[in-house]
Structure formats: structure tokens, C-alpha cells
Design a protein around this ligand. Structure first.
Ligand SMILES: Cc1cc2nc3c(=O)[nH]c(=O)nc-3n(C[C@H](O)[C@H](O)[C@H](O)COP(=O)(O)OP(=O)(O)OC[C@H]3O[C@@H](n4cnc5c(N)ncnc54)[C@H](O)[C@@H]3O)c2cc1C
Length: 278
């Protein structure tokens, strides 16, 4: 099923964005990159392509970059996982959710191509070990797909260059969202699945949401689906490595479920986008 772009709502009219730097922007934190493209999947999910002035940045699949903007006269920065692959010489791509009332994302939402931002150096230890021979289980909710897409590209590219396709144990990509238009990279992932290069399992958690009219795929949360996914894909717990990214509740529930399926704790790696409320 193709993404219904006609269902995408337009972004609100643009309000002025403060340029970076301001008087209070510390020296060395001036803008160093330009937003070159954006695609709004919904009113709250967007793909942003950003070009560094100094050219492509070297990073490892799974790492994040701080995106910074001047907000009310001070530089506000937040971490965002790169969705593009390290081998994509050129622009960095990010998949971002608008958090209403947040410190950065409402300002980020007003950016249009040509606007300037500050991008920090790559950081983070949630990185792919591409030499790991185990089967990869990539589990995410919402924008947590971003680092997993980067990892997937890094996993598949060497196989393609060696003419190896499809693999006998293709990576499994499970992506949970509230509504189908939030399924970023859906067409690309469906193409890979059709070619037998991955197993793609998109799922929506709110079947009654109007945007899910016509949805015929899986319904439910990741942890509830894992048993069935393990059965249908023939996961061998002893030779599987799982990468999880997204919201804290999902990560806690899925870790518990993976452990119950027999996947050892040291074969489960996770990146959590924010802290669970205490
Ligand atoms: C390593 C890392 C990588 C990240 N990568 C991404 C990414 O690729 N894409 C992305 O959209 N976000 C990502 N985030 C989250 C991002 O850094 C910000 O926290 C988020 O964009 C909110 O920023 P804000 O300044 O607008 O809101 P803030 O003022 O920082 O946050 C307000 C509150 O919103 C909550 N919150 C944060 N993120 C979300 C969310 N997505 N949904 C619901 N509530 C949230 C937090 O509890 C926080 O207390 C990542 C976070 C980390 C730690």
C-alpha cells in the first residue's frame, strides 16, 4: 500500500526563525550547516536533509548529532540519530517528531530549506557491528526507526557490493507507529522486503485513528507481536542480535519479551530517546 501523500496536512504558515548566532551564541557554535530539504509525513513527523558546510561528516551507523538553533536568544541543542547511511557521502538525513511545548522542535518545525542550523559532531555508542554474523532484529517505534535505517543500509550495502542477495536470514525490521502515515521509509522498506532482502513488519497501535482507514497490516504494540514474529520468521535466539530504539516504555517491554524468548541480555542493544517518568 503506498503512502497517501494527499492525507498529509500542510505545515502551518511560517513564523520567523531566529538566525544563529545571536550575541549569546558561544564562539565556535555558529551555524555550520543548511537545511536543504524537508518532507512532512504528517503534521508532527518530518524528514530533514541537512548539508554540512564542511562536507560530509564521518560517523558510524546508529550515531546521533546535536541539532542546534537559537531559541529566545540562546542556542538550544538536542540529539538526533542520523537516518542516512555513513556511506551516503553528502547530506545527513534526520527523522524528527514535533514535541508540542518542547524547547527545540517547535522552532525546528518552522525551518524551511535554506535556513541555517548548528550540527555537532557524531556521538553515541549505539552503533552497528556490521561484522556480527548473527541475524539482526531491528525494532523501533516512531522516529526510533532513524538509526536502524542507517544500520540497515550499512548491513545491506556490503552484501549488494559482493552480489549477495537475498540473504538466507534477512534482517527483520519491525516499526511501530500510532498511524500509518507515520511509517517513514515505508515504500523503501517494502521494496527491500519484496526483493527478499529484509523482513518488514510495520504495525499501527491505534487502529481506530482516522488515518488508519484501510489499514490491513498488523495492529498492536511491538512487545505483543514479538512472539508471532519470532514464530513466522524462525528466529533462533542463540544467533540473533536485537537493536531497539524509541520510547522508554517500548524498550522496557520489548527487552522483557526478548529475554523471555531466550535472547541473551548481551545480544540486546537499545537507544532510548527520553527518560521514563518516575
Ligand atoms: C540519543 C538520542 C537520539 C535521539 N534521536 C531522535 C530522533 O532521531 N528523532 C526525534 O524525533 N527525536 C530524537 N531524540 C529526542 C530529541 O533529542 C528531543 O528530546 C526531542 O526532539 C524533544 O526535543 P524538544 O527540545 O522539542 O523537547 P524538550 O523540551 O527537550 O522535551 C520535552 C519533553 O518531551 C518528551 N519527549 C522527548 N522526545 C519525545 C518524543 N519523540 N515523543 C514524545 N515525547 C518526547 C521528554 O519527556 C521531554 O521531557 C533523541 C534523543 C536521544 C537521547
Amino acid at each position: 500500500m503506498a503512502l497517501d501523500v494527499t492525507a498529509m496536512s500542510p505545515r502551518p504558515a511560517r513564523a520567523p526563525v531566529q538566525p544563529v548566532p545571536t550575541r549569546r551564541t558561544p564562539v565556535g557554535l555558529e551555524p555550520n550547516a543548511t537545511l536543504v530539504d524537508r518532507e512532512d509525513l504528517t503534521t508532527t513527523i518530518a524528514r530533514l536533509r541537512i548539508r554540512m558546510d564542511a562536507g560530509a561528516s564521518t560517523f558510524r551507523a546508529g550515531q546521533y548529532f546535536a541539532i542546534g538553533l537559537a531559541v529566545d536568544g540562546r542556542l538550544v541543542q538536542r540529539p538526533y540519530s542520523a537516518a542516512s547511511a555513513p556511506a551516503d557521502a553528502g547530506d545527513l538525513e534526520f527523522l524528527v517528531r514535533l514535541v508540542p511545548g518542547g524547547s527545540l522542535t517547535p522552532s525546528l518545525w518552522r525551518l524551511v530549506p535554506g535556513d541555517r542550523v548548528r550540527i555537532g559532531p557524531p556521538k553515541g555508542l549505539f552503533t552497528l557491528d556490521s561484522d556480527d554474523p548473527r541475524r539482526h532484529l531491528l525494532l523501533s517505534t516512531g522516529t526510533g526507526l532513524a538509526p536502524l535505517r542507517s544500520m540497515l543500509a550499512s548491513l545491506l550495502a556490503p552484501l549488494a557490493s559482493r552480489g549477495v542477495s537475498p540473504t538466507s536470514n534477512p534482517p527483520i525490521v519491525v516499526h511501530g507507529v500510532a498511524s500509518a502515515p507515520e511509517l517513514a521509509y515505508r515504500a523503501e522498506l517494502e521494496r527491500l522486503a519484496h526483493a527478499g532482502r529484509i523482513v518488514y513488519v510495520p504495525t499501527v497501535s491505534r487502529p481506530d485513528h482516522p488515518a488508519n482507514d484501510g489499514w490491513t497490516g498488523r495492529i498492536g504494540r511491538l512487545d505483543g507481536l514479538l512472539g508471532a514474529i519470532a514464530d513466522t520468521t524462525g528466529i533462533d535466539p542463540a544467533s540473533t542480535v536485537a537493536y531497539l530504539c524509541g520510547n522508554p516504555a517500548m524498550i522496557a517491554a520489548v527487552e522483557t519479551r526478548l529475554t523471555a524468548l531466550g535472547i541473551p541480555a548481551d545480544a540486546i542493544r537499545a537507544e532510548q530517546y527520553w527518560s521514563a517518568p518516575r
